[in-house]
Design a protein around this ligand. Structure first.
Ligand SMILES: Nc1ncnc2c1ncn2[C@@H]1O[C@H](COP(=O)(O)OP(=O)(O)OP(=O)(O)O)[C@@H](O)[C@H]1O
Ligand SMILES: [Mg+2]
Length: 291
């Protein structure tokens, strides 16, 4: 497959602007692998003895909180939390941001602004419905009287900012671009306009993980960055085509409001049309790829 230079589109895309407890369940509707192909460890750096996502989700829901500290470079109060259960110690990130307000643009226009931990749970569950395995397992949990999202910490993760500063030998430029294409399809789907360089990271086995989706799920029905989409990962394309609106409603209505959910479904349909058109123009061999 020919790889075009994605740098320009990607840079444009990267210059981004910026309930009640609902237990996440891994269900037969989740078509992807039930375990991660990435490098997951406990807090001491030992391979995580919990293999299936279902087990990690159960651990996140039930482990005791040992300690918690603010994450240095975050601006929304995200905290790194040490969890323990049956002698196993694992780090996680707890986000409890909940902002829902109207903001004034420099032009004077008023726009709705939402930054909400619940979208973290929605993004994880949606990723599983699509067969993706690259959002760290995430649950909704109450910690010290505050509701928030609790997400597995990827030990030794190298953010895109770090990769640019320090390098990262495990993925070559071409493979990186393909990983970014997966992320771009997902961000168009969830209308994520906050994919800055601190919001995705690479683990020690060469896997890209998507984090921080608290500013997603806008109510626009149009795709935000379709022109950057040039390719699609094979299984993601299948997942998108198979994902039924009824399944999305069943799984996501506990996190999303009606207009967030219905506009997500519209964007899913648009994304399918968009990729379908690319395939009609260029052929499957040029558009679809597998890792
Ligand atoms: N699941 C995770 N695994 C490993 N590291 C993480 C994880 N979640 C967050 N981090 C680290 O913590 C940093 C801040 O987290 P996050 O992006 O969620 O906070 P934030 O307050 O929203 O920051 P910002 O507004 O700058 O994006 C990330 O850039 C990353 O380095
Ligand atoms: Mg962030």
């Amino acid at each position: 497959m020919r790889i075009l230079s994605l740098a320009t589109v990607f840079l444009f895309w990267l210059s981004s602007y910026g309930a009640g407890l609902a237990p996440i369940q891994e269900t037969p509707d989740s078509p992807g692998a039930d375990r991660s192909s990435g490098f997951l460890t406990d807090a001491e750096g030992q391979p995580l003895p919990l293999e299936r996502y279902e087990e990690i989700v159960h651990f996140l829901n039930t482990a005791q909180v040992v300690s918690s500290k603010e994450i240095g470079d975050g601006v929304t109060g995200a905290r790194k939390v040490l969890l323990e259960k049956d002698g196993l110690r694992v780090n996680a990130v707890f986000r409890n941001v909940r902002i829902n307000e109207s903001r004034t643009l420099p032009t004077g226009t008023q726009v709705a602004f939402r930054d909400d931990y619940i979208f973290e749970c929605a993004a994880y569950e949606l990723s599983r419905l699509l067969g993706l395995d690259n959002i760290p397992p995430t649950v909704e949990r109450e910690i010290q009287g505050q509701k928030g999202s609790l997400q597995l910490w990827i030990e030794g993760g190298v953010t895109e900012t770090d990769r640019r500063d320090q390098g990262y030998p495990l993925l070559d430029e071409e493979t990186l671009r393909l990983h970014w294409q997966v992320m771009l399809v997902f961000d168009n789907l969830i209308f994520n306009d906050d994919r800055n360089r601190g919001n995705y990271l690479y683990d020690q086995k060469g896997k890209l993980w998507m984090i921080d989706h608290t500013r997603s799920f806008r109510t626009d029905e149009e795709l935000p960055y379709p022109s950057g989409i040039l390719y699609s990962e094979h299984r993601l394309w299948e997942g998108l085509q198979k994902l039924e609106s009824a399944v999305m409603r069943t799984h996501l209505q506990k996190y999303l409001g009606p207009s967030e959910l219905e506009s997500l479904i519209k964007r899913k349909d648009r994304l399918v049309e968009y990729i379908q058109e690319m395939i009609a123009e260029r052929g499957e061999e040029d558009v679809l790829f597998s890792f």
